[in-house]
Design a protein around this ligand. Structure first.
Ligand SMILES: [Mg+2]
Length: 395
């Protein structure tokens, strides 16, 4: 079973938590009142038809007394760290989808911790107690259904979809709930008389393929049958953006190493920005002249795409752990590198808003990574297994 958990009105809820005078009031989180869009809004604001990603001017027209507060990313990053710490106690397989949204694989966990609904209630309770925030949880045999289930009873939702009820749960829902169905595809499906997921499930797959192409046709047919092969991709297998290079001659000078690291950090940061990502974790990689490779990592106070900060962090790691660098065999450096991992969308406030507004269509991390792969080739999206496997690695 897969558990999807999502914090309710995340940014607005953090603001209302931190500032009691905002509680019970329509709160809009965003930039200036005149320009920009609503990054997040409280449930009180939603009753006016306001939603995230709406132009701020339009939101204020609908509710002139709404209180506009600037977003404070560091506060949200703090809350997000606490959230992921809690989740880590419930499953070793936690996949972060954004700052306030994750999927957990409950396989194995369920035996230790109890029924899925018990786990869901425990997560909600800890989020409430430790973060003073509200989480909605959905549990289902597949990712698609778990995500829908967490959304369907918001706020403060809890919905469990047992395997035997999966199709009964999915089929009455509109096709736009299917992962990958945007306005264009919805329009095409509507002309074919297909409005609900059940309609798609009952339609001949060959005809779907003929109309929508092989990729989309087979994809939608499978989802409508309740088949979603996407696994929970846990942090232990993180996607990274990194840069490493082998020196022409082995290096035994920390200063020379530091200069190289700063340059590498800039390259990594540039690629983060090009991919509209920020990194939560900076990893320093060193390979000695006896081919021993070690890595050291640190979690940053807030996600960044700032090369100077990444460079400083890597150099701090070098000094903090007092890594042996000496002019003798086994202690000279032949390669150094920096990896950025724990990636989150760069414009997180806006993208989270978008995600809420357009649900599965939102610009989530996965899509950002797809873009990244398209831009730089799949080799740039490296699986950092070598880091996780390194016995010297610690956090
Ligand atoms: Mg949320």
């Amino acid at each position: 079973m897969i558990l999807h958990v999502d914090l309710d009105a995340f940014f607005a809820a953090v603001e209302q938590r931190d500032r009691p005078e905002l509680r019970g009031k329509p709160v809009l989180v965003g930039g200036s009142a005149k320009r920009g869009v609503v990054a997040a809004c409280s449930y009180e604001a939603r009753t006016f038809g306001i939603h995230s990603a709406m132009p701020m001017a339009e939101a204020l027209r609908r509710c002139p007394r709404a209180i506009v507060v600037p977003h404070r990313m560091e506060r949200y990053a703090d809350a997000s760290r606490g959230f992921f710490q809690i989740l880590g106690d419930f499953s070793p397989d936690v996949e972060g989808l954004s700052l306030d949204e994750a999927v957990l694989d409950l396989t194995g966990t369920a035996r230790l911790l109890g029924e899925p609904a018990v786990i869901a209630r425990a997560i909600k309770q800890r989020v409430r107690q430790e973060l003073a925030l509200v989480a909605s949880v959905g549990i289902a045999p597949i990712k698609l259904a778990a995500k829908i289930a967490s959304d369907i009873d918001k706020p403060d939702g809890l919905r469990v979809v047992p395997p035997a009820e999966l199709l009964a749960f999915l089929h009455p829902l509109p096709v736009t709930r299917l992962w990958g169905v945007g306005e264009t595809t919805r329009g095409i499906l509507a002309t074919m008389g297909l409005v609900t997921i059940g309609d798609v499930a009952r339609y001949p797959e060959a005809s779907l393929v003929a109309r929508l192409g092989a990729l989309t046709g087979h994809h939608l047919a499978a989802l409508a049958r309740g088949e979603d092969r996407r696994q929970v991709e846990a942090e232990s297998d993180p996607v990274t953006i990194g840069h490493r290079e082998t020196f022409e001659h082995d290096v035994d000078d920390r200063g020379e190493l530091a200069v190289t690291l700063l340059d590498q950090a800039d390259r990594v940061a540039r690629r983060l920005r090009a991919a509209e990502l920020r990194a939560r974790v900076c990893v320093l990689i060193l390979k000695y002249d006896d081919f021993r490779e070690i890595s050291r990592r640190t979690t940053l106070a807030a996600p960044t795409s700032d090369g100077a900060l990444l460079g400083r962090t890597a150099i701090e790691l070098l000094h903090r752990d007092d890594l042996a660098i000496e002019p003798r065999k086994g202690k000279r450096i032949r390669l150094c590198g920096i990896s950025a991992t724990g990636l989150v969308p760069r414009d997180a406030p806006r993208q989270l808003g978008f995600d809420e507004a357009t649900r599965a269509k939102g610009e989530r991390l996965g899509e950002a990574l797809d873009k990244l792969a398209a831009k730089f080739g799949t080799r740039s999206v490296r699986r950092a297994v070598h880091i996780a496997d390194d016995p010297d690695d610690h956090e």
